[in-house]
Design a protein around this ligand. Structure first.
Ligand SMILES: Nc1ncnc2c1ncn2[C@@H]1O[C@H](COP(=O)(O)OP(=O)(O)O)[C@@H](O)[C@H]1O
Ligand SMILES: O=C(CO)[C@H](O)[C@H](O)COP(=O)(O)O
Length: 551
């Protein structure tokens, strides 16, 4: 190339499989999103607490969105592809065909979703073993992890699923296998959801103790015995078949994947914060907490040395940022809870009609409605006598108690739009109060957090963002690209292509600060009182249980 000519742009494709939809983006070397597409995916709930999906449906959606974002682009400029996905469990037979994870024997439904709580008895038995691997998941294994789900399959679907199974994949690893034919697993998935240790590998005694000695006997071939770091390049890149499916060129670099929350973490946590008046500017990156808020919220904090936080997953070595330990706090339903509260209210049909008439989302309409009814006071003060405990799907962190339930106190006989708006506000606040609860647990164990970096669908909601700032008392950083999880996936593709020397370098170059929302410190006293009530709610819930269980 002659001196005056510009180098052709280099692009990366990121694919993010969330709970409700698949998204793809075309991203350039500086992390700018040039094209975006999304596509809903199917979900089944055949019985309460059973949640299933189809890996074929998910792959088909990945193909649709990828083809859309590369339309009109010279495919030779696309250097790498990265996937992230929810940590759902995909089951395939020895010939890589889908196997049913249900009593109906519907093999189309071969994915047990991350939020599925069918394996309660199994996880209780696993926790009773007090095995040392449990130290690395906050002391208590979650029913949402893979070991209890695998045990459930063995105990409940022996002939139709377990005996025929050849491959159990975390969804992010299924996608990279589909793209490359390589069955290597991501260190991220195996460490965070499967009890693998980055330093010690699999622990035979754990699998034997819980009754899944089958994996030890076949040298873990069904759950992964080749483990690679996220962002590493897989095999010979994209296979000709997958290239046809996705509308890309064969041979482009495909990265080892990440779980979606972890991709969000990569997409936001390394941004250069200079000039934004943020306290974290002069502090190490460990002072930042990435909060990825979609159907669920995940609170990703990193540290140089392992920190054991009771009820908070981890510490996981190199599972998100290489060389750092990760603690992952979480709330199992946040976006799903807001939607549940709003859509279940008697005034929801009226809300839908009014929001549609104004061409607004229901959330934007509710936010403006709250602004109307708040009068002179700060909007958050509308919930002085309405309080919510948000564990409608159990508590992930910091209590790690899946038996906890949701609570609402302060209900009235009214069913109008004002009532719906205030209940929505109290729910948003409860989620933010839950974040404060998690941060306090992390800090008590040794983390020192000063700044939140929010991304995911809920970060599009200004009320949700402001409440997180006001209730935690910390500034909230939003990225320049709203779809930061996709930037994280593209960072993986960029690393696999060899265009960046390390994940850290790609993070620093591709994630950018957009808006900063500061806490309104004048409202602190009010939110401190809301937090006091919040903690009382769960105390009371436990008391009610003790009364009812007392013989
Ligand atoms: N424009 C928006 N304004 C406010 N909230 C939104 C918006 N879009 C999505 N959400 C919320 O975000 C949640 C979904 O987030 P998303 O990141 O898309 O989920 P997932 O990755 O789990 O599929 C929804 O449940 C909804 O509550
Ligand atoms: O457990 C998780 C990450 O470790 C997430 O909760 C799960 O992957 C679902 O993510 P989302 O709510 O973004 O769909």
């Amino acid at each position: 190339m002659s001196g005056g000519e510009q180098k052709p742009e280099r692009y990366y494709v990121g694919v993010d499989v969330g709970t409700g939809s698949v998204r793809a983006a075309l991203v350039d070397q500086s992390g700018v999103l040039l094209a975006f597409a999304d596509q809903p995916i199917k979900k089944w709930e055949p019985q309460f607490n059973h949640h299933e999906q189809s890996s074929e449906d998910i792959w088909a959606a990945c193909c649709v969105v990828t083809k859309k974002v590369v339309q009109g682009i010279d495919l030779n400029q696309i250097r790498g592809l990265g996937f992230d996905a929810t940590c759902s469990l995909v089951v395939l037979d020895k010939q890589f065909r889908p196997l049913p994870v249900n009593h109906e024997e519907d093999s189309h439904r071969n994915v047990i979703m991350w939020l599925d709580h069918r394996a309660v008895s199994q996880v209780n038995r696993i926790n009773e073993t007090k095995h040392s691997v449990l130290q690395y998941v906050g002391g208590v294994m979650s029913v949402e992890m893979q070991a209890p789900k695998l045990l459930w399959l063995k105990e409940n679907l022996r002939e139709t699923c377990w005996d025929k199974a050849g491959h159990f994949f975390d969804l992010p690893d299924f996608l990279s296998w589909k793209a490359t034919g390589v069955t290597a697993r991501s260190l991220c998935s195996l460490v965070c959801k499967w009890t693998y240790s980055a330093e010690r590998g699999w622990d035979d005694s754990f699998w034997k103790m819980i009754g899944l000695e089958d994996f030890v006997a076949d040298n873990y071939s069904k759950i992964g015995n080749q483990v690679l770091p996220p962002g590493a390049s897989l095999g010979n890149g994209l296979t000709p078949e997958a290239a046809r499916d996705l509308g890309l060129l064969p041979g482009i670099a495909v990265a080892v994947s990440l779980i979606d929350a972890h991709a969000g973490g990569l997409g936001v946590i390394g941004a250069d914060v200079k000039g934004h008046g943020l306290v974290c500017e002069g502090q190490p990156v460990t002072s930042r907490l990435a909060v990825i808020c979609g159907t669920s919220s995940c609170h990703m904090g990193i540290s140089k040395d392992p920190i054991f936080v009771p009820g908070v997953w981890g510490p996981y070595f190199s599972a998100m940022v290489p060389g750092f330990w990760l603690n992952e706090g979480g709330q199992s339903v946040t976006g799903k809870l807001i939607d549940h509260m709003v859509e279940g209210h008697a005034a929801f049909p009226e809300l839908q009609v009014k929001a549609t008439a104004r061409c607004q989302s229901v959330y934007a309409y509710l936010n403006s409605h709250l602004d109307l009814i708040k009068k002179a006071q700060p909007v958050g003060f509308l919930t002085v006598d309405l309080h919510v405990w948000p564990d409608f799907h159990g508590n992930r962190s910091p209590l790690a108690d899946l038996t906890l339930k949701g609570m609402v106190t302060g209900l009235k006989l009214s069913q109008d739009l004002d009532d719906l708006a205030i209940l929505y506000l109290a729910t948003v606040q409860a989620i933010a109060l839950g974040t404060r609860f998690i941060i306090e647990a992390m800090e008590a164990a040794g983390h020192s957090i000063s700044t939140l970096f929010l991304c995911g669908g809920l970060s599009k909601n200004p009320l949700f963002v402001q409440m997180h700032a006001d209730i935690t008392g910390m500034p909230v950083v939003l990225s320049q690209e709203v779809e930061s999880v996709l930037v994280g996936a593209a960072i993986l593709g960029a690393c696999a292509s060899g265009d960046f020397a390390s994940v850290q370098e790609a993070m620093a170059k591709m994630s950018k600060v957009g808006k900063v929302v500061f806490p309104r410190l004048q409202d602190k006293r009010y939110y401190d009182k809301k937090y006091q009530v919040f903690l009382k709610l769960v105390e009371h819930q436990k008391e009610y249980l003790a009364i009812m269980n007392d013989n």
